[in-house]
Design a protein around this ligand. Structure first.
Ligand SMILES: Cc1ncc(COP(=O)(O)O)c(C=O)c1O
Ligand SMILES: [Zn+2]
Length: 390
């Protein structure tokens, strides 16, 4: 590959088209942007089969023209495990649960899929510095990929509000840490301001290139399951990932690899559910000032990508659900103690939602476990456990 430009940028609101460039919103209407790829035909499946199982297996569907520029750590190719013991405990027939274990990624979350593309674009666009606001995982991932590319990472985080595992990663990978008073949404405002005034590439999920990497979750699920699942259940924070996964499935459909689409289900924590509540109450979206949940990864009051996520759920005949912090922790413990899989609190919210709304689901259900359990050790140390003397 090389030379030929296979993609352009398009505004999801007014349809305005842009050449590949470092832009984050439509210059005409301020709408969100998405990448449009010139899709190959369905024979592409054969090329995929001969390659390693990682994000770049799907390179024809990724917006990078020169493959030699790619900054990669063999991200993606994560496990899709069955949850048969949890499924049995639910005791419903015609019901099979799977977990996509995104904690398998190099820095322990799905963000690495986005960063391999995003940091590659930073390099292509000739930036030397990259920045993001983060509830933790984005900063850890961006810092690692920046280190690997020889770029300078700057992360804006809400002071005292990110899990220790994640902050320690960002420090270890050499990021400059800017602590902001308030919540994630305040940090995001600050970083928008900062990149507007400085030559720094923004790698939050408003960056449409980043979401392209994340859509590979859909391709992998299809290949691992050998078919399209009936439901995909995703934790929703800034609402990028659910939008990316839906885009991935839609592209497989357009290419003719699949002939049906999954139902997308977005899950938010009760105290941080501006999007889920607006959708469920059939009213327009309104940001929330003071989001609260122990699942710090999804403690977001003004999800930037909400229009994309809203469309993903609507187009797929899906729905949003909310879960309490108690339900999240209880699902997190169930996964650890009945299946041996440790995920962080936000990543347990899909199981919590399913356990709470069993009749809303049937068939093959894939829960997206977005991040590793060791990201937030302080939560785990509060769990009850058995002691013994031998
Ligand atoms: C572990 C985890 N789960 C879910 C999310 C939410 O993803 P999104 O912001 O794309 O909705 C995040 C984002 O930080 C995360 O770190
Ligand atoms: Zn526009």
């Amino acid at each position: 590959m090389g030379g030929e430009i296979r993609h352009f940028i398009k505004c999801i609101e007014c349809g305005m088209e842009y050449e590949p460039s470092p832009i984050y919103r439509c210059g005409r209407c301020n709408g969100l942007l998405e990448i449009r790829i010139k899709l190959p035909d369905r024979n592409i499946l054969l090329s995929w089969k001969s390659r390693a199982f990682n994000v770049w297996r799907y390179r024809e569907l990724l917006p990078v023209d020169d493959y030699n520029m790619v900054v990669s750590m063999d991200e993606g190719g994560t496990r899709l495990l069955n949850l048969d013991r949890v499924g049995e405990s639910i005791g419903k027939s015609g019901f099979r649960l799977f977990l996509k274990v995104e904690g398998d990624n190099p820095t322990g979350s799905f963000k690495d899929r986005g960063m391999t593309v995003g940091v590659t674009k930073a390099r292509e666009f000739k930036y030397t510095r990259v920045a993001c606001a983060s509830t933790g995982n984005t900063s850890a991932s961006m810092a690692a990929y920046a280190a690997r590319a020889g770029l300078e990472p700057i992360v804006f985080i809400p002071r005292g509000k990110i899990a220790r595992g994640k902050l320690s990663q960002a420090i270890a990978y050499g990021a400059t840490i800017v602590e902001v008073e308030g919540v994630f949404d305040d940090a995001l405002r600050k970083v928008f301001d900062y990149v507007a005034k400085n030559k720094v590439y923004l790698l939050n999920s408003i960056n449409p290139y980043r979401l392209e990497g994340q859509k590979t979750i859909a391709y992998e699920i299809y290949e691992q399951l050998g078919k399209v699942p009936d439901y995909i259940v995703v934790p929703v924070g800034n609402a990028g990932n659910i939008s990316a996964i839906w885009k991935g499935f839609k592209e497989l459909f357009e290419i003719g690899v699949i002939n049906c689409l999954p139902i997308m289900v977005g899950v938010q924590a009760e105290g941080a559910s501006p999007l889920a509540k607006a959708y469920m109450e059939k009213r327009s979206f309104k940001p929330l000032e003071d989001p609260r949940t122990l699942a710090s990864a999804i403690r977001i009051g003004n999800p930037v990508n909400w229009p994309k996520a809203w469309r993903a759920v609507e187009e797929s005949n899906g729905f949003f659900l909310t879960v309490s912090d108690e339900e999240i922790v209880s699902a997190q413990m169930k996964l650890a103690r009945e299946e041996g899989i440790l995920v962080e609190p936000a990543s347990a919210s899909p199981l919590a939602a399913l356990l709470k709304n069993q009749d809303a689901f049937e068939g093959n259900i894939v829960l997206i476990a977005t991040g590793h359990g060791l990201k937030d050790p302080d939560i785990l140390m509060k769990w009850p456990y058995k002691t013994g003397s031998i």
